[in-house]
Design a protein around this ligand. Sequence first.
Ligand SMILES: [Zn+2]
Length: 171
Amino acid sequence: MKLPELPREPIRNEDQPGYEKQIWSPSWKCFCCQDTGRIHPHLVKLIIRDYDFDCDRIPICQNSKCKFGVNWLHLGSANIDMRLNAAICQELDRFSREDWKRTTQQQFEKYRKRIESSFTQIAQSHSFALSHRTSNHEREVQQRKAEIEAITPEQWEAMNKAYLVGSNKDE
Ligand SMILES: [Zn+2]
């Protein structure tokens, strides 16, 4: 049997392409566990400094407004950590919200600056092209003028004669 090839099925939004759009407003309701039921590791580390994501019991979200913590209860007390109680989870949620607000503002600032600088670049290249074209044009005009001025009266006469001869020929 030929094995099929499947597209990715990301669990988290930040793993999806075009995540930058998401960064403005996270889609989760609980900022303590990001709706996973498992308290976000960087928040856990605020309480358990040397917390090891791979080895330690899973700190379960007990935020009273969050219903996702129960999804982990079946793992049993040997695997889950219930010490981060409702009050702590609520505080972590508040902390994370502020953190996100800051991050969002920073991202927005970065984004705004990037847009601004690309606009400036475009404007500069446009005005460069414009001034370049104008100076080229100006140079051409001056050159023609100089060429015309350099023609001596004798040359004019000769040119006129040639023209007249030419037009006579045509008749
Ligand atoms: Zn939660």
